[in-house]
Design a protein. Structure first.
Length: 184
């Protein structure tokens, strides 16, 4: 049942990943799930850049150096984490959004559509037993220095993926009744 899959979705962080590659077919399946997200006026604004192998290490170096360059008092632990987390992941998908050149819908709707694409990827990862995590550091504003973007395209974060062998904590939510007002 889809509700069970939704309730099992968790952030699984790079520190929890084990060394195991993800099959390209599984990555393609995850991206295909993203491609079926709802989209107003069929703008399909989601764009993805998949990093594997050495490109992950290059991303980590870029993020750590950019952090040290832009932060007044860079913290050594954060610098190290920015450099090491990409190497721990089996793959990283840069989550990008391509603004409709005609701006037929508000930008927030295209961001929301891209977020729904990420939710589809996340649920597909749960089904495949792959851990995943959406990171959106402030450094994404500089990703045009790392990637070549089309006009109107920007990065919204990174989707880290990796297998894990630890038990995940069950999710906790307050009752939906506390967040719902019924009108008749």
């Amino acid at each position: 049942m889809i509700l069970d899959l939704i309730k099992k979705r968790r952030s699984v962080f790079p520190a929890q990943y084990i060394e195991k590659e993800i099959d390209r077919k599984d990555l393609e399946r995850i991206l295909e799930a993203a491609n079926w997200a709802p989209t107003h006026r069929k703008t399909e604004p989601w764009r993805f850049k998949v990093l594997q192998g050495e490109s992950k290490e290059k991303l980590g170096l870029f993020l750590s150096y950019k952090y040290m360059d832009t932060e007044a008092k860079p913290k050594e632990m954060k610098t190290r984490k920015l450099m090491e987390n990409p190497k721990k992941a089996a793959a990283i998908i840069a989550i990008c959004m391509q603004r409709d050149p005609q701006e037929r819908v508000p930008e927030w709707e295209e961001i929301a559509a891209t977020a729904m694409a990420v939710q589809n990827m996340w649920l597909c990862c749960v089904e495949l037993g792959i851990g995943s995590y959406w990171s959106s550091p402030g450094l994404i504003q500089y990703m045009d220095e790392f990637f070549e973007f089309a006009p109107g395209e920007k990065c919204l974060g990174f989707f880290y993926l990796g297998y894990y062998d630890s038990e995940l904590e069950p999710g906790i939510r307050t009752s939906v009744d506390q967040k719902t007002v019924w009108f008749e």
